[in-house]
Design a protein around this ligand. Structure first.
Ligand code: UTP
Length: 471
């Protein structure tokens, strides 16, 4: 596109102001700006601005919810016992037949953690300080060895961290994973808009861009060729997880089997919500459709409602762990379904009309994001499965406090200790019941309790106060 064509195109969508400093830019700067602008879906900008930015649209909150009814962690009836058993068999078969791939979304900016670089580089394990990327790589390696075939691994990055992510994997020799089984793909970037609907500039030659939310994964899989690659490899289901939860079971045969056997388009793991105030979305039914109701949208009285046994009525918290069908990706990614955008007012550093840098103290911009769980109401037969917090969820979101490296490290040690106890190993504990040792189990040794059980005879004794790495 020539600069004249670009200017005409931007004028036609009411965004010519991004070329305000064009004459001042050198050739590289002009090229950069053209590249950024042409990578956007320009046709959709006027509609998005009218609806979400100036129109301030937010999806309506249903007037009535009902709690979702997840499948329980442990089967409760003979029928369920049979279903779970069949599911484990089915899940194993799916992985063994190469019909399952892992999908990790890692396109976010991790602003709360404040690490300068992709979040997956962050060291998280208690002893070896393995980065998140390595934790998942070793887990997937553990499963791949177990099944005698490498599980394909799709990794979504964004322009902000793609090069750094690839370089990190390369530098670490892909943590022993077969690089031909890893498929990196980039999600789209979205411009930040001023409140009157103009795209903001971060620099004179650069838009203020940020990744468009994890819900962008569907169309990004289509656009990048990841979907094509999945189809070529005969993959039927994706095991989906966030980059920030080292406790996640990247491959859970029972969950995958339940998902497949029940004909669910997309299945979700949930954990019991800790308290009415916990800031997590919950699974709920509205108009007969499953959805995640965000913490901020949940009326307080509803959040606090309890069952006769005292448990929370809306208790299934969403934790970003799913399984979904590849053909669902095709349906959404190709535009058959459209996911809504969510608007958020944010403080976005930018260049003002005079070309001066602005570091706002108050929100000055609208950012738009898509959430992957918004596909739930559009999907067929979505399943929710209740799992245990300590077994599967302890993310690294914040630098300190809840969901921080410190709480995640503690929870990794606690889980390792529980697994060892289940294998008959005695665990030294403090008077308060906390594990009195630092323990780390390499996923290459055992990626789950079942694999650990199979190696019971190789497990060491754990001395009080010891640091024990099991590999
Ligand atoms: P979060 O919502 O926790 O966001 O992402 P974040 O970007 O990691 O962190 P903050 O909010 O800036 O502190 C949950 C998961 O979704 C991915 C993240 O990489 C993480 O795995 N994600 C988020 C994307 O892949 N793309 C996005 O645009 C946003």
């Amino acid at each position: 596109m020539t600069s004249q064509e670009l200017a005409a195109r931007l004028t036609s969508i009411g965004q010519s102001s991004v070329l305000r400093f064009w004459q001042e830019l050198d050739e590289a700067g002009q090229r950069r700006l053209i590249e950024q602008i042409t990578a956007l879906d320009l046709d959709q900008i006027p509609g998005l601005v009218a609806k979400y930015v100036t129109g301030k649209y937010t999806p309506p909150i249903p007037s009535r919810f009902d709690p979702a009814t997840p499948l329980p962690h442990d089967p409760q009836t003979p029928e369920q016992r049979k279903l779970y058993e069949d599911a484990r068999k089915r899940g194993r078969e799916l992985v063994r037949n190469g019909q399952v791939a892992a999908l990790m979304v890692a396109g976010g900016q991790g602003t709360r953690l404040g690490h300068d670089g992709p979040k997956g580089e962050y060291p998280v394990t208690p002893i070896r300080k393995k980065p998140l990327f390595q934790v998942f790589a070793e887990q997937l390696l553990g499963h791949s060895r177990h099944y005698g075939r490498t599980i394909p691994w799709y990794i979504m990055t964004s322009e902000a961290n793609d090069a750094a992510t690839r370089a990190f994997f390369k530098k670490h020799d892909y943590f022993g994973y077969d690089p031909s089984a890893i498929f990196f793909f980039q999600q789209g970037m979205m411009p930040a808009f001023s409140f009157d609907g103009k795209m903001l500039l971060a620099e004179k030659d650069s838009l203020a861009l940020s990744p468009g939310g994890n819900g962008d994964c569907y169309r990004s899989m289509v656009r990048s060729g990841a979907l094509e690659d999945m189809k070529k490899r005969g993959i039927k289901h994706l095991s989906f997880f966030f980059v920030d939860n080292p406790l996640v079971h990247c491959i859970d045969e029972q969950f995958l089997g339940l998902h497949d056997l029940t004909g669910s388009d997309i299945s979700s793991k949930a954990i019991p919500k800790a308290s009415p105030e916990e800031r997590v979305g919950v699974f709920a039914m509205a108009d007969g459709k499953l959805q995640v109701v965000e913490y901020s949208d949940m009326p307080r009285e509803l959040a606090a409602q309890t069952n006769p046994d005292g448990s929370l009525r809306y208790s299934s918290a969403s934790i970003g762990i799913h399984a979904f069908r590849v053909d669902l990706v095709e349906r959404i990614g190709s535009g058959e379904f459209k996911l809504p955008w969510h608007r958020a007012e944010k403080k976005v550093p930018c260049i003002d009309e005079q070309g001066s840098r602005v570091k706002p103290q108050q929100p000055n911009a609208v950012k738009l994001e898509m959430f992957m769980f918004d596909v739930l109401p559009l999907s067929h037969n979505p399943l929710v499965y209740m799992t245990q917090r300590g077994e599967e969820f302890s993310p690294v979101k914040n630098a300190e406090g809840n969901d921080s490296p410190a709480t995640s490290r503690r929870d990794q040690i606690r889980r390792a200790a529980r697994w060892l106890e289940a294998c008959g190993v005695e665990i030294p504990r403090t008077g308060e019941g906390e594990v009195d040792a630092v323990i780390e189990i390499s996923s290459k040794f055992a990626a789950n309790l079942e694999q650990l059980m199979a190696r019971k005879h190789e497990l060491p004794r754990i001395q009080r106060g010891a640091t024990v790495y099991i590999e």
